[in-house]
Design a protein around this ligand. Structure first.
Ligand code: ADP
Length: 791
């Protein structure tokens, strides 16, 4: 059976992954195609723009080279026509006839004849110069009186009769004209036409003035032609056909233009005057200072190429000029480039579509096996037992499938091991002697083993999902919940990892004392409490009994001490009485006793003394058990040194040395009693010693092995004396126990070591012996205060 379980979230992610790989792949392909099209199209387009602009600019400049001479030629034609007219015979004829009584001395023609002939010439010239509105011959004499004048009115020309002729000597073109030399032509500024003092606002005119000289070389008159300026310029513009717009602007701010579609605008007279609003091109033309090159300008939000030329109108006094602008919008210049761009865009779009299709097809080829893997794993996770992955493929998909299969095999093996381990654990839980209870962090019971069932009398099924407080008497239960709440909030370990003595509540309502150990378990992010409960009713019962025995023992020891005290105290009196009476007997009945009786009496008195000594020791021994001790901080080194000093004579006499192995600690104890311990042990070490060189060593050791198998911090008193056989190591501490005869090692009551033992025990310590006969003896003793001793 399949044990593997995959969380739905993981499958969902796999689902998205499949889609997303496909989507990403397509997006990438389209992105690359788009980028490539933009890059190639962009670079190509820029290059085409450069080439187109260069070519178009060259074309524009070529047109300028054509147009400008055409305009110049129009002016030159005007000038040459005026000069030709001024060379016609009537000009000289009038110069001859008028000073000669109106008769030409050369051929007899009258002034009137010459006038008529000139009017005819003027009329015929005006016929092929439709822009000429007036032609006049003005004499220098008589304040510049007109000699011949022909006007155009509508389609007709009129010759002004004699009486209609006026004086024009005040006019500026007259004063300019009289300064001219032979063959010089003057072009006036553009002004509105004036006729008999009236200004014709619709008729801006240019006046062309040519001087006429008499045969004697004197200036005789001026040929003045009024040309309709607008018509003149229109005539020029109609003859030229550049690609772009053409603008003409003269020095007095009059301008006219022709658009690329061939339409010519109306002449703007004084178009730059204040208040006028000339187009941007005219403003640019007005301020232009560089000529004969093409520049790019942004005019009215449109980028244009503009080529400006300036023509000086020679023979016009020097100030007259005409600026010509040929303007082509960039849109037009780049029309071809834009066509190319269009083609690039089309090609790019095709490339993108092709990439999209290709990507869709290949993405499907990649994502389909992935999809199959996802579907298979999902089915497997859903409980199907077979897993059919495309692991025989030779690509990464095959590798992925093999890796999946391997992983699933490993997972199955590990899950099996886990399941078995879990089952073993469950069995162990059930077999455990102690009751095992697992709760969640709120105290809800999750596990309850067989021992727990037995101990609490609840069936597992009844207790699961209930709060653990049902196993605890009311008062404890509340406390327990308090701990849990506190732990949840603060994470403080009140209930965990320590043994507590609590009361357990059985199903029948009875309670029992229990030992409870709670440990905190974390599984992933979840926390649990595991409680081990042990019924300690029997142990408590046993402890109670032991406590009773100890109490009894203490009481009997006290009784013993009391008895010894009373007995020794009360025995002293009769002993002293016996001794005294024996002494009286000796003194009063010396003769009757004889030698034998005296000896016996002495022996009785010696025994009385010994009995007295023994009762004194017994009294002291009982006191050591009954009286209170004065506990204080004691420097043990200091008390040992004091003892050595007080024993110095004894030591010298016995040829013994006492060595302190430092450091000796400071302990809490009864100064007098502890001094007596050290003194007894030192004296014994010297006393029961047959070495020539008697050596006693006193020191302190930590972690020394004790007779009960534990360790203790101990004082030791070591000698190189006769040693003590192992069978006496305990009994030697019994009161009045002696191992040696008085003769060999001197007198003693055999109480000293019993005092030592009693004092050590009242200090909470123990005393023991390490010794072999003939190898010296070491007494070790601990004190309660010496267990935490420091030097
Ligand atoms: P006393 O010295 O009065 O006999 P103790 O109680 O001091 O009484 O000693 C009891 C007996 O233990 C001694 O008689 C002696 O035989 C033996 N004893 C005590 N100390 C030593 C020792 N350091 N080496 C050998 N034997 C000892």
């Amino acid at each position: 059976m399949a044990v593997l379980s995959i969380a739905p979230a993981t499958l969902l992610r796999f689902g998205n992954l499949s889609f997303s790989i496909r989507g990403k792949f397509v997006a990438l392909a389209v992105g690359i195609a788009l980028f490539a099209s933009l890059a190639i199209g962009g670079v190509g387009y820029m290059r085409v723009v450069d080439i187109s602009l260069d070519r178009e600019v060259a074309t524009l400049e070529g047109q300028a080279r054509l147009v400008v001479p055409q305009i110049k030629a129009a002016y030159d034609l005007l000038r040459s026509d005026a000069l030709i007219v001024s060379q016609t015979p009537p000009f000289k004829g009038l110069a001859r006839s008028m000073p000669n009584g109106d008769v030409d001395p050369r051929d007899g023609s009258t002034t009137e004849d010459w006038r008529r002939r000139l009017a005819t010439i003027f009329t015929s010239v005006m016929a092929y110069h439709p822009e000429f509105v007036q032609m006049r011959y003005i004499g220098i004499a008589d304040g510049g009186r007109e000699l011949v004048r022909v006007d155009r009115r509508g389609e007709q020309t009129y010759v002004t009769p004699l009486q209609g002729l006026q004086r024009k000597g005040e006019e500026s073109y007259f004063t300019e004209g009289v300064r001219l030399n032979v063959n010089e032509v003057y072009f006036s500024p553009i002004t509105l036409n004036r006729d008999y003092g009236r200004i014709d606002h619709n008729l801006p005119v240019v006046r062309i003035v040519v001087p006429a000289f008499a045969p004697n070389g004197q200036l005789f008159g001026l040929l003045v032609i009024n040309a309709h300026y607008e018509k003149f310029l229109r005539g020029i513009l109609n003859e030229i056909h550049p690609d772009g717009d053409t603008y003409l602007l003269n020095d007095t701010g009059d301008y006219i233009s022709k658009s690329s579609d061939g339409k010519v605008s109306a002449l703007q007279f004084r178009g730059l005057a204040e208040g006028a609003s000339p187009p941007a091109t005219i403003r640019t033309l007005h301020t232009a200072t560089t000529f004969d090159t093409t520049v790019f300008h942004k005019l009215d939000n449109e980028k244009v190429a503009i080529h400006v030329t300036k023509i000086a109108l020679t023979g016009s006094g020097g100030a007259r000029f005409l600026k010509i602008a040929l303007v082509v919008p960039e849109v037009k210049l780049l029309a071809e480039a834009w066509d190319t761009r269009q083609s690039f865009a089309m090609a790019g779009a095709l490339l993108v579509v092709f990439a999209l299709l290709l990507a869709l097809v290949s993405a499907r080829a990649i994502s389909q096996p992935l999809r199959q893997i996802v579907d298979e794993i999902r089915a497997f996770g859903g409980g199907r037992t077979t897993l059919n992955l495309p692991s025989n493929r030779a690509d990464e998909i095959g590798e992925l499938s093999v890796a999946f299969e391997n992983m699933i095999q490993r997972l199955e093996v590990s899950n099996k091991a886990k399941r078995e381990a879990f089952e073993r654990l469950e069995a162990m839980r059930d077999e455990a002697v102690d009751a095992l209870i697992t709760t969640d962090i709120n105290g809800t019971v999750l596990q309850f083993n067989k021992s727990a069932e037995k101990l609490f009398g609840h069936a597992t099924a009844d207790i699961l999902e209930k709060n653990v407080s049902v196993l605890i008497p009311e008062s404890h239960g509340r406390q327990h919940n308090g701990y849990l709440a506190k732990y949840r909030e603060t994470g403080e370990r009140d209930v965990r990892d320590e043994v507590r003595i609590v009361d357990g509540l059985r199903r029948d309502g009875s309670t029992f004392p229990a030992e409870l150990r709670v440990s905190d378990i974390r599984v992933g992010s979840e926390r649990f409490f595991n409680g081990i409960v042990r019924d300690i009713s029997a142990r408590i019962e046993m402890e109670k009994k032991i406590d009773g025995y100890v109490g009894e023992l203490e009481r009997s020891n006290r009784d013993l001490d009391d008895f010894a005290y009373i007995a020794s105290h009360d025995l002293k009196e009769p002993l002293r009485g016996i001794s005294n009476h024996v002494r009286f007997l000796q003194e009063d009945y010396e003769d009757l006793l004889g030698e034998g009786g005296k000896k016996r009496a002495d022996r009785i008195r010696q025994l009385c003394q010994k009995a007295d000594k023994l009762t004194t020791d017994l009294l002291e021994w009982s006191r050591l058990g009954r009286t209170a001790y004065q506990f204080e901080e004691i420097d043990t080194k200091e008390i040992v040194q004091t003892i050595i000093e007080s024993l110095s004579e004894f030591l010298q006499e016995k040829k013994a040395t006492v060595q302190i192995v430092e450091p000796l600690p400071t302990v809490k104890g009864d100064r007098a009693r502890l001094s007596s311990v050290f003194q007894n042990l030192i004296v014994n070490g010297v006393k029961y010693n047959d070495s020539a060189d008697k050596r006693i060593e006193i020191g302190f050791l930590t972690g020394q092995p004790a007779p009960d198998g534990g360790q203790a911090d101990v004082f030791y008193v070591r000698d190189n004396g006769i040693g003590i056989a192992a069978e006496f190591h305990d009994t030697v501490f019994t009161i009045f126990k002696r191992l040696n005869s008085e003769k060999t090692f001197g007198a003693g009551t055999g109480a000293g070591l019993s005092f030592v033992k009693k004092i050590v025990e009242r200090h909470g310590g123990r005393i023991w012996i390490v010794s072999k006969p003939g190898e010296g003896t070491t007494f070790y003793f601990s004190l309660k205060g010496s267990e935490n001793a420091h030097s």
